[in-house]
Structures are given as C-alpha cells and as structure tokens.
Design a protein around this ligand. Structure first.
Ligand code: F0G
Length: 456
C-alpha cells in the first residue's frame, strides 16, 4: 500500500479546476472535480521561481554524452532525460528495459505518395515490447513500485497490457489486465501471457473495460497504469525530446500522431510546450491527431463542439489499438491542438490499409493504428493544411509484428471481403503481394521471378 515517500513531493494540477494536489491527497483524479491531473513541470513554476536551474545548452550536451554510458539509467532513452522527469525516490530506482532511443527514418516512397518533400517516421514500435507504451510505462511502473504497490492494472486494446505486464514482471509486481474479448490482436495478448499477467478477456469493449477497472482500483490497493496516470505521460514526453535531438534541435513543421485514448498526443504536446518554455526550442511544430473514421470521438468533439464537450462514439475499426469511443485524455489533447496550431483528421479503413502497405514498402512497417498518420497526412496535404515544402514527422506507435493477421489478410486480399468497404478496397490490388504456393521445382520459381521482373 501507499506509504509516505518522495512521490508525495511531486505536485499535480487538475486540468479542470486547476487545484494543486499530491498523489497521496488525490490518487490519480482530482478530489474536487474528478478531472484528470497532470504533473506540474518544472515544479518551480508554482513557487514563482524562474527556470534558472535549466541550462538548455548544458543539458543537450549531457543527454548526448549519456549515450556513451553503460549505466542502466543512461542506456534508457527515457531516463537519459531524467532532468525533465519527476524525481523518483531512492528506494528502488527505475524499472528499465532500455526503452526509447528509437530510430528516425526518412520515408522516401511515402513522401512521394503523400506529396511532401521531407517525410520522417519516428518508429516507437522499436521499443522493447514493440510499442510506444514502454516510454511511459518505465516511469509509471517505477513510481508504483516506489510507492509500495504490489499490484498494477490496466484496461487495454493490447499494447498497454503487453508493456505493463513486462515492466511489472521486471519490477517484481503482479499485474492485472482487462482486454476486450476477441477485439485485440493475438500477438499482443500472447505478450501479456508470457510476462505473467493475470489476463481477463472481458465481454465488452475497451471503454467497458475502463469503466470496470476504475471501480476495481477504487476498491482495492491496485495501481492504475492507463494513460490517465500522469506519470505515464511524463515518460512519453521524452519521445519529443529525443525527436528534437535527432533533428539537432531544428524544429520540424508538423508532427502527426494517431489518436485513441489521447494520452500520447497529450504527452507529446506537453513536452513540446515545456521545451519551448525552457528554451530548448525557439518555436513549436504543429501537432495533429488522426483517428479512424469508426473511432473519431476527438474529430467530432472538435468539429461539433469546438473542443468544448466530448462527443463519445460507439467505436469500430480494424485498427484495434485505437478502437476507443470515450477517450480519457480528450481535454488534454484539445489543449495541445490549440497550443500548437495542429488539427484533427479522420481516415477510412481502406485508407489505413493502403497507408500501412506503403509504409511497409519503404522497408519500415508498422501496425494498422500507426498507419493512420500517413493516411491523415495525405488528406492534410490535399486540404493544404500541410505544404509540400514542409518537414513532417509521423509518429509510428507500434511494430508491424503486433498484428500479423491484418497484414496477411491484406496481402491475400481477404481483409475487406464481406464488409461494406469491399468495393472501395479494389484500389488496394496493386499493393497486394500474397504468398504463392508452388511445386518444388527450379522452373516454377524461375517462372514467377520472370513475371515479377516484367511487372516491376
Ligand atoms: N497506436 C497504438 C499502436 C496504440 O496501441 C494506441 C493505444 C494508440 C496508437 C493510441 O494512443 O491512446 O495514447 O491516443 N493503445 C492503448 C492500449 C489504448 O491499450 O494499448 P493513445
């Protein structure tokens, strides 16, 4: 159970009423208005001190220098930036799988297809459990252990549960997973099982799992590791620091993120705003959020209410990672759109499938939810929100191998059979490369090679 620790020195602010509190006073939601909390960073902001202890030039040099160190904390691409994270107590130290330090790739074919000259992918699928969740999980799981919890839990569309289960196991904690029955990919489920989570496939959707879990953690001493946990978002902030470092601190024009529960867009936006405040960068990139048409709560919220009131939806999309209709962090995400001048866009199932195959053709690959970024970029270029001369970064959130079923069905031409998208999906044919079953003869292979050579 929670005991008095250094965690209690970390101040949190309610994003609704602005009340300042601590974890021991409030848990993870405001006691006054029940809205979400965020870590106040830098803390001196509230005591009226200026950010005099932040020397951006010295920190940039120190962070780079740490890449040559073999200390676990320095080998982590999250804890390497520990000066911008809440201070963890000294009881245990961080739980790390050497997360972060993910590659930035140039996508030349995708750039041509989207109609921009400079397109990059920051591939967070290259994290230890194959998704961006690890960058937040290392921080929040470490705080859970520091605070004395034996159990951690999450509701998940798959990636959070895989990540949480791994970090809990590394940190000697038990983990409870609630996932929607039949609506997550087998590879993500198998990860949670392998890392020893108590895994419940619940006969509801993600939003239903979240409702159940909120009640469970109110009754039991279990630490909630969904992205409404403000410590997760602090860890996810480091992705923005690392991205800017990879650009030698030159600011790209646009950063494009998939939107589900909206923790990631909130974290990246918080990081960018803080980075500008602290003098790491001179201006902000526009941060835009892309959703699947079938899970477009933020798009509707922005378009129908100007971002004032959440419009929840009954979510449905083959990009199961973002099959979420009642996003927890919607207010934080709206604030990021306003602060950075970004926008929201939605893309169809066929557009997602096409974009995913195109990212694959660049030799990079990702899971369907990540591909909404490229599909969205194409629309933003068409609508002239993005200029062809601007530099764009797509945040790829999950690895290709997270959802092999989707990829196999796509290439075999089965993905949209019997769905309402069947006709529209005809445009995918040139991208499909189903495996061929051949007789075991040299001639048979040479024949397909000859045909392939003629058509390439
Ligand atoms: N991309 C992937 C691969 C995801 O797994 C998720 C969310 C998102 C994008 C959306 O990020 O929720 O921060 O807006 N997956 C969560 C999960 C919900 O349970 O794994 P978000």
């Amino acid at each position: 159970m929670a005991t008095k620790s250094r965690v209690d020195e970390i101040l949190l602010r309610c994003i609704g009423c602005g009340a300042v509190t601590t974890v021991s006073e409030s848990g993870l939601a405001c006691v006054k208005c029940d809205d979400l909390l965020e870590v106040i960073f830098p803390q001196s902001a509230d005591t009226g001190e200026k950010h005099s202890n932040f020397d951006a030039v010295a920190l940039k040099a120190l962070w780079r220098q740490r890449r040559a160190s073999h200390l676990p904390m320095d080998e982590s691409g999250v804890w390497r930036f520990r000066e911008v994270l809440p201070a963890l107590g000294e009881r245990h130290g961080p739980i790390t799988l050497r997360e972060g330090n993910t590659p930035l790739y140039e996508l030349s074919r995708c750039a041509r297809s989207a109609g921009v000259r400079q397109l990059y992918a920051k591939h967070l699928g290259m994290n230890p459990t194959g998704s961006f969740k690890d960058t937040g999980m290392t921080v929040a799981a470490s705080f859970a252990r520091e605070d004395g919890f034996r159990w951690v839990a999450c509701a998940s569309t798959g990636n959070t549960s895989a990540s949480m289960a791994a970090y809990a196991a590394r940190g000697g904690m038990r983990s409870l997973v609630l996932i929607p029955d039949g609506k997550i990919s087998w590879s993500k489920l198998s990860q949670a099982l392998d890392y020893g989570a108590l895994t419940c496939q619940v006969k509801t959707d993600f939003d239903g799992c979240m409702r159940l879990l909120t009640e469970i953690v109110n009754r039991m001493p279990i630490y909630l590791l969904n992205s409404i946990n403000p410590f997760r978002l602090e860890g996810q902030k480091t992705v923005a620091y690392e991205l800017l470092e990879q650009f030698d601190w030159r600011v790209p024009d646009h950063v494009i993120v998939p939107g589900g529960n909206l923790g990631n867009s909130s974290a990246l936006g918080k990081a960018l705003v803080e980075m500008k405040e602290l003098g790491f960068i001179p201006k902000l990139p526009k941060l835009s959020v892309i959703q699947a048409e079938g899970a477009n709560a933020l798009v509707r919220t922005v378009r129908e209410t100007g971002g004032k009131k959440l419009v929840p939806v009954q979510a449905d999309t083959m990009a199961t990672a973002i099959r979420i209709g009642n996003p927890g962090s919607w207010k934080k995400a709206v604030r990021v759109l306003e602060a950075t001048g970004g926008t929201v866009e939605q893309v169809s199932e066929v557009e997602i499938a096409l974009a995913k195959a195109e990212i694959g053709s660049d030799g990079v690959g990702c899971e369907p939810a990540s591909a909404v970024t490229l599909a969205g970029l194409k629309k933003l270029v068409r609508h002239r929100f993005v200029d062809p001369d601007e530099t764009v970064v797509l945040i790829l959130t999950g690895h290709l191998l997270k959802d092999p079923d989707f990829t196999l069905k796509f290439h075999r031409g089965d993905l949209f059979v019997g769905t309402t998208h069947e006709e529209e999906s005809q445009i995918l044919a040139p991208q499909q490369r189903g495996p061929m079953v051949l007789e075991a003869s040299v001639d048979a292979v040479l024949k397909v090679l000859e045909t392939a050579e003629k058509t390439s």
